[in-house]
Design a protein around this ligand. Structure first.
Ligand SMILES: Nc1ncnc2c1ncn2[C@@H]1O[C@H](COP(=O)(O)OP(=O)(O)OP(=O)(O)O)[C@@H](O)[C@H]1O
Length: 357
């Protein structure tokens, strides 16, 4: 382990090398296209839930909290018959993501306290920044300590205050926003301000930063799947910045993740969009009770239930049950039983979500 002291931002050297500038062009192009595709969906908010659940699953998997799609959609139903601790943790991730989005939408800035609220929603505790020393980052295979983050509470607060400034004050550095996102992620993970949840909170900060800088309107670019697929490199490159000041590779890694995931998400959203239109026509032409709210409900909740319909459509329980049962009878939804309750699966949507790369 090298002796390393984490410095404050901004960086004093220029890290926008030729390779980085070249990669920035293609990453931005893909991201801009994603922003456009998202805007073309009639009710974009459904995507936060549907894609957010995917991300919650992937991001939690990096922390070895493994669930299936079936489990996370079941957990969202909150029915008595289903208990899974891991799925509950995944639910906490999505509420932390939504909370973060709400905070930046309202306040337009991402403060230290916002970050604490996000982590607290994720971990369901109020521990805040680390106060007791002893945290060290270890190599998962050998158990060897690779990096000791700041141990002292005042130092952590000081570095987080500096990071807060860097996140919110664009004049502190004229690097491209995607380069800044990579720097912010490195810096946050290196401060490692919490006892737990630093990785997941850091991944939420990434997407919020994109929204704050108008690179996206909604938090729908999730890098976790890329990180899972390139996990060893992820840890190695973070460590290389520290050990050899090798920023270029780290920045290129993040830019490549933005480009690849943008492209994949464009395909996914396009498929969802086509299915929304298919269902819209199908429902509008065949059911008197068609409404935009009903359509949105079926896409916001890949597994839906009577109470969701009651609430979203403002109808009685009996009416909601009648609608869902009719759609199930016509094979538009699949009715399943869980404990004493029923739920209804949008099978075509599930196919898109689960067959997705
Ligand atoms: N050598 C390193 N340098 C900087 N950051 C590191 C290093 N090794 C790990 N990290 C960061 O620490 C995170 C893990 O921290 P922590 O266990 O608190 O978070 P988590 O959300 O619970 O876990 P995970 O990221 O595995 O989901 C990693 O995701 C990574 O971002």
């Amino acid at each position: 382990m090298i002796d390393f002291k984490l410095g404050k931002l901004p960086l004093s050297k220029d890290i926008e090398t030729k390779k980085v500038l070249k990669k920035l062009t293609s990453a931005h192009r893909a991201l801009a296209e994603l922003k456009g595709v998202v805007s073309s969906i009639p009710n974009q908010n459904i995507l936060i839930n549907t894609l957010g659940l995917q991300e919650a699953k992937d991001s939690s998997a990096i922390e070895n909290i493994i669930t299936t799609h079936d489990d996370i959609y079941k957990a969202e139903l909150n029915l008595d018959g289903f208990k899974s601790l891991n799925a509950k943790e995944v639910q906490n991730y999505i509420s932390a993501l939504k909370k973060g989005f709400e905070l930046i939408t309202k306040q337009k800035i991402l403060t230290k306290n916002n970050i604490i609220s996000i982590q607290s929603e994720l971990e369901k505790n109020n521990a805040g920044f680390r106060k007791v020393p002893g945290t060290a980052l270890k190599n998962a295979t050998t158990g060897e300590t690779v990096y000791t983050p700041p141990q002292d509470y005042d130092t952590i607060v000081d570095l987080m205050t500096n990071l807060e400034q860097y996140i919110n004050d664009a004049t502190m550095s004229d690097f491209d926003d995607l380069v800044k996102m990579a720097i912010i992620h490195y810096q946050f993970e290196s401060i490692h301000p919490f006892y737990d949840g630093n990785g997941r909170t850091g991944r939420i900060i990434n997407v919020l930063y994109l929204v704050m800088n108008d690179l996206l309107n909604l938090p729908v670019l999730y890098l976790s799947r890329y990180i899972i697929e390139h996990k060893i490199e992820y840890y190695k490159l973070l460590q290389e910045v520290r050990e050899t000041d090798n920023w270029e590779k780290w920045i290129l890694y993040i830019l490549d993740s933005v480009e690849q995931i943008s492209k994949e998400t464009i395909i996914l959203i396009s498929k969802i969009k086509a299915l929304i239109f298919e269902y819209k026509n199908l429902l509008r032409n065949n059911y008197k009770f068609y409404s935009q709210d009903l359509l949105n409900n079926l896409f916001k909740h890949p597994y839906t239930k009577i109470e969701f319909i009651e609430k979203d459509l403002g109808v009685s329980r009996i009416t909601a049950a009648k609608y869902l049962n009719l759609l199930a009878k016509d094979n538009i939804l699949k009715k399943e039983k869980l404990g004493t309750g029923n739920y209804y699966v949008n099978i075509k949507l599930i196919k898109i979500l689960t067959l997705e790369k």
